[in-house]
Design a protein around this ligand. Structure first.
Ligand code: IPE
Ligand code: MG
Length: 225
Protein backbone atom coordinates (compact mmCIF):
# COMPACT_ATOMS: atom_id res chain seq x y z
CA UNK A 1 0.00 0.00 0.00
CA UNK A 2 2.28 2.75 -1.28
CA UNK A 3 1.89 6.40 -2.13
CA UNK A 4 0.02 7.89 0.84
CA UNK A 5 2.62 10.60 1.43
CA UNK A 6 2.80 11.68 -2.22
CA UNK A 7 -1.00 11.70 -2.45
CA UNK A 8 -1.25 14.06 0.53
CA UNK A 9 1.65 16.31 -0.61
CA UNK A 10 0.04 16.60 -4.04
CA UNK A 11 -3.04 18.03 -2.37
CA UNK A 12 -1.00 20.41 -0.20
CA UNK A 13 -1.49 18.41 3.00
CA UNK A 14 0.76 16.70 5.54
CA UNK A 15 1.71 13.05 4.99
CA UNK A 16 -0.63 11.85 7.75
CA UNK A 17 -3.60 13.10 5.75
CA UNK A 18 -2.66 10.50 3.14
CA UNK A 19 -2.56 7.76 5.77
CA UNK A 20 -6.05 8.75 7.01
CA UNK A 21 -7.39 8.58 3.48
CA UNK A 22 -5.78 5.18 2.95
CA UNK A 23 -8.43 3.60 5.18
CA UNK A 24 -11.13 3.95 2.51
CA UNK A 25 -8.89 2.01 0.12
CA UNK A 26 -8.33 -0.75 2.67
CA UNK A 27 -12.09 -1.07 3.23
CA UNK A 28 -12.74 -1.15 -0.53
CA UNK A 29 -10.12 -3.84 -1.10
CA UNK A 30 -11.49 -6.01 1.71
CA UNK A 31 -15.02 -5.62 0.33
CA UNK A 32 -13.85 -6.39 -3.21
CA UNK A 33 -11.89 -9.43 -2.03
CA UNK A 34 -14.96 -10.86 -0.29
CA UNK A 35 -17.01 -10.28 -3.45
CA UNK A 36 -14.43 -12.05 -5.63
CA UNK A 37 -14.07 -14.98 -3.27
CA UNK A 38 -10.43 -14.23 -2.42
CA UNK A 39 -9.44 -16.34 0.62
CA UNK A 40 -6.27 -14.51 1.77
CA UNK A 41 -5.47 -10.80 1.59
CA UNK A 42 -2.15 -9.64 3.01
CA UNK A 43 -1.74 -5.91 3.57
CA UNK A 44 1.78 -4.52 4.01
CA UNK A 45 0.96 -1.77 6.49
CA UNK A 46 4.26 -1.00 8.22
CA UNK A 47 7.79 -2.29 7.70
CA UNK A 48 10.54 -2.49 10.31
CA UNK A 49 12.32 0.16 8.20
CA UNK A 50 9.30 2.46 8.69
CA UNK A 51 10.28 2.81 12.39
CA UNK A 52 12.92 5.26 11.12
CA UNK A 53 10.28 7.78 9.96
CA UNK A 54 9.63 10.98 11.98
CA UNK A 55 8.04 10.24 15.37
CA UNK A 56 4.83 12.15 14.63
CA UNK A 57 4.24 10.06 11.51
CA UNK A 58 4.93 6.76 13.32
CA UNK A 59 2.71 7.74 16.27
CA UNK A 60 0.02 8.93 13.87
CA UNK A 61 0.09 5.62 11.98
CA UNK A 62 -0.07 3.53 15.17
CA UNK A 63 -2.93 5.65 16.56
CA UNK A 64 -4.77 5.38 13.26
CA UNK A 65 -4.34 1.61 13.31
CA UNK A 66 -5.84 1.28 16.82
CA UNK A 67 -8.72 3.66 16.12
CA UNK A 68 -9.59 2.06 12.79
CA UNK A 69 -9.55 -1.52 14.08
CA UNK A 70 -11.71 -0.51 17.07
CA UNK A 71 -14.20 1.23 14.76
CA UNK A 72 -14.35 -1.43 12.03
CA UNK A 73 -13.91 -4.74 13.87
CA UNK A 74 -17.64 -5.49 14.34
CA UNK A 75 -18.38 -4.95 10.66
CA UNK A 76 -15.35 -7.04 9.63
CA UNK A 77 -16.59 -9.77 11.96
CA UNK A 78 -20.06 -9.73 10.38
CA UNK A 79 -18.43 -10.02 6.93
CA UNK A 80 -16.66 -13.19 8.11
CA UNK A 81 -13.18 -11.67 8.07
CA UNK A 82 -10.55 -13.48 10.13
CA UNK A 83 -7.79 -11.09 11.29
CA UNK A 84 -4.16 -12.24 11.42
CA UNK A 85 -0.88 -10.36 11.93
CA UNK A 86 2.74 -10.94 11.12
CA UNK A 87 5.87 -9.04 12.08
CA UNK A 88 8.15 -8.24 14.98
CA UNK A 89 5.55 -7.55 17.66
CA UNK A 90 8.20 -6.83 20.31
CA UNK A 91 8.65 -3.38 18.78
CA UNK A 92 4.94 -2.50 19.04
CA UNK A 93 3.36 -0.62 21.95
CA UNK A 94 1.12 -2.27 24.52
CA UNK A 95 -2.00 -0.59 23.08
CA UNK A 96 -1.23 -1.74 19.52
CA UNK A 97 -0.63 -5.29 20.75
CA UNK A 98 -3.91 -5.25 22.72
CA UNK A 99 -5.80 -4.06 19.65
CA UNK A 100 -4.17 -6.78 17.54
CA UNK A 101 -4.85 -9.57 20.02
CA UNK A 102 -8.48 -8.64 20.64
CA UNK A 103 -9.22 -8.43 16.89
CA UNK A 104 -7.59 -11.85 16.34
CA UNK A 105 -9.57 -13.41 19.21
CA UNK A 106 -12.84 -11.86 18.15
CA UNK A 107 -12.59 -13.08 14.53
CA UNK A 108 -10.80 -16.41 15.04
CA UNK A 109 -13.83 -18.52 14.03
CA UNK A 110 -14.45 -16.70 10.73
CA UNK A 111 -13.53 -18.25 7.40
CA UNK A 112 -14.79 -16.04 4.56
CA UNK A 113 -11.55 -14.07 4.10
CA UNK A 114 -8.32 -14.04 6.08
CA UNK A 115 -6.91 -10.53 6.29
CA UNK A 116 -3.25 -10.66 7.26
CA UNK A 117 -1.69 -7.38 8.30
CA UNK A 118 2.08 -7.15 8.02
CA UNK A 119 2.92 -4.80 10.86
CA UNK A 120 6.51 -4.04 11.88
CA UNK A 121 7.35 -6.60 9.22
CA UNK A 122 10.66 -7.43 7.52
CA UNK A 123 11.02 -10.45 5.29
CA UNK A 124 14.76 -10.64 5.97
CA UNK A 125 14.07 -10.70 9.72
CA UNK A 126 11.45 -13.41 9.15
CA UNK A 127 14.07 -15.45 7.26
CA UNK A 128 16.72 -14.85 9.95
CA UNK A 129 14.25 -16.02 12.63
CA UNK A 130 13.50 -19.13 10.59
CA UNK A 131 17.21 -19.97 10.31
CA UNK A 132 17.69 -19.48 14.07
CA UNK A 133 14.71 -21.75 14.89
CA UNK A 134 15.95 -24.54 12.61
CA UNK A 135 19.54 -24.17 13.88
CA UNK A 136 18.24 -24.49 17.45
CA UNK A 137 16.37 -27.70 16.53
CA UNK A 138 19.48 -29.11 14.84
CA UNK A 139 21.64 -28.23 17.84
CA UNK A 140 19.24 -30.07 20.16
CA UNK A 141 19.25 -33.04 17.79
CA UNK A 142 15.51 -32.64 17.00
CA UNK A 143 16.22 -32.45 13.27
CA UNK A 144 18.87 -33.88 10.92
CA UNK A 145 20.66 -31.51 8.53
CA UNK A 146 19.39 -33.64 5.61
CA UNK A 147 15.78 -32.98 6.67
CA UNK A 148 16.11 -29.22 6.16
CA UNK A 149 14.03 -28.73 3.01
CA UNK A 150 11.44 -26.29 1.62
CA UNK A 151 8.70 -27.67 3.88
CA UNK A 152 10.84 -27.30 6.99
CA UNK A 153 11.71 -23.73 5.96
CA UNK A 154 8.06 -22.82 5.35
CA UNK A 155 7.01 -24.32 8.69
CA UNK A 156 9.37 -21.97 10.50
CA UNK A 157 8.28 -18.74 8.81
CA UNK A 158 5.75 -16.49 10.61
CA UNK A 159 2.42 -17.78 9.23
CA UNK A 160 3.21 -21.14 7.70
CA UNK A 161 -0.42 -22.14 7.10
CA UNK A 162 -1.04 -19.27 4.65
CA UNK A 163 -0.39 -20.33 1.03
CA UNK A 164 2.07 -18.42 -1.17
CA UNK A 165 0.46 -15.35 -2.73
CA UNK A 166 -0.91 -15.72 -6.27
CA UNK A 167 -0.80 -11.99 -6.96
CA UNK A 168 1.17 -9.09 -5.54
CA UNK A 169 -0.15 -5.59 -6.17
CA UNK A 170 2.11 -2.59 -5.55
CA UNK A 171 0.64 0.88 -5.95
CA UNK A 172 2.23 4.29 -6.61
CA UNK A 173 4.43 3.38 -9.58
CA UNK A 174 7.35 1.94 -7.58
CA UNK A 175 8.59 -1.33 -9.00
CA UNK A 176 10.31 -3.13 -6.15
CA UNK A 177 9.53 -5.67 -3.42
CA UNK A 178 10.85 -3.71 -0.41
CA UNK A 179 11.53 -6.60 1.97
CA UNK A 180 8.09 -8.21 1.58
CA UNK A 181 7.57 -12.02 1.62
CA UNK A 182 10.82 -12.64 -0.28
CA UNK A 183 10.69 -16.43 0.13
CA UNK A 184 6.94 -16.75 -0.42
CA UNK A 185 6.88 -14.66 -3.63
CA UNK A 186 8.97 -17.20 -5.62
CA UNK A 187 6.22 -17.76 -8.23
CA UNK A 188 3.85 -14.90 -7.44
CA UNK A 189 2.53 -12.78 -10.33
CA UNK A 190 3.61 -9.15 -9.88
CA UNK A 191 1.32 -6.23 -10.74
CA UNK A 192 2.46 -2.61 -10.59
CA UNK A 193 0.08 0.31 -10.94
CA UNK A 194 0.75 4.07 -10.90
CA UNK A 195 -2.42 4.63 -8.82
CA UNK A 196 -1.53 6.04 -5.39
CA UNK A 197 -2.89 3.90 -2.56
CA UNK A 198 -5.48 6.45 -1.26
CA UNK A 199 -7.03 6.47 -4.78
CA UNK A 200 -7.14 2.66 -5.05
CA UNK A 201 -10.73 1.38 -5.27
CA UNK A 202 -12.63 -1.88 -5.86
CA UNK A 203 -12.44 -1.36 -9.61
CA UNK A 204 -8.63 -1.10 -9.43
CA UNK A 205 -8.53 -4.41 -7.56
CA UNK A 206 -10.80 -5.99 -10.17
CA UNK A 207 -8.55 -4.69 -12.98
CA UNK A 208 -5.56 -6.32 -11.30
CA UNK A 209 -7.43 -9.61 -10.86
CA UNK A 210 -8.55 -9.42 -14.50
CA UNK A 211 -4.97 -9.03 -15.67
CA UNK A 212 -3.89 -11.85 -13.35
CA UNK A 213 -6.54 -14.11 -14.91
CA UNK A 214 -4.91 -13.61 -18.32
CA UNK A 215 -1.38 -14.44 -17.18
CA UNK A 216 0.08 -17.81 -18.02
CA UNK A 217 1.59 -19.34 -14.88
CA UNK A 218 4.10 -22.01 -15.79
CA UNK A 219 6.18 -22.44 -12.62
CA UNK A 220 9.24 -23.10 -14.77
CA UNK A 221 7.41 -25.72 -16.88
CA UNK A 222 6.00 -25.48 -20.41
CA UNK A 223 2.39 -25.01 -21.49
CA UNK A 224 0.48 -28.04 -22.72
CA UNK A 225 -0.03 -27.88 -26.52
C1 IPE B 1 2.60 3.90 2.32
O1 IPE B 1 2.65 5.21 1.89
C2 IPE B 1 2.19 3.75 3.76
C3 IPE B 1 3.22 3.30 4.71
C4 IPE B 1 4.44 2.91 4.41
C5 IPE B 1 2.83 3.30 6.12
P1 IPE B 1 3.98 6.06 2.05
O2 IPE B 1 3.93 6.73 3.39
O3 IPE B 1 5.18 5.21 1.81
O4 IPE B 1 3.82 7.15 0.91
P2 IPE B 1 4.96 7.73 -0.06
O5 IPE B 1 5.69 6.58 -0.67
O6 IPE B 1 5.86 8.58 0.79
O7 IPE B 1 4.19 8.54 -1.07
MG1 MG C 1 6.31 4.78 0.15
Amino acid sequence: MDGNGRWAKGKGHKRLYGHFNAITSVKEVIKGSVEKGVKYLTLYAFSTENWGRPKDEVDGLMGLFCKTVAKEIDELNVKGVKMRFMGDFSMLSESVRKTMNSSVEKTSKNDTLEVIIALSYSSRDEISNMVRKIAEKAKKGDINIDDINNDEIRNNLYLSDIPDPDLLIRTSGEQRISNFLLWQLAYTELYFTPVLWPDFRRKNLFEAIEEYANRSRRYGLVNKE
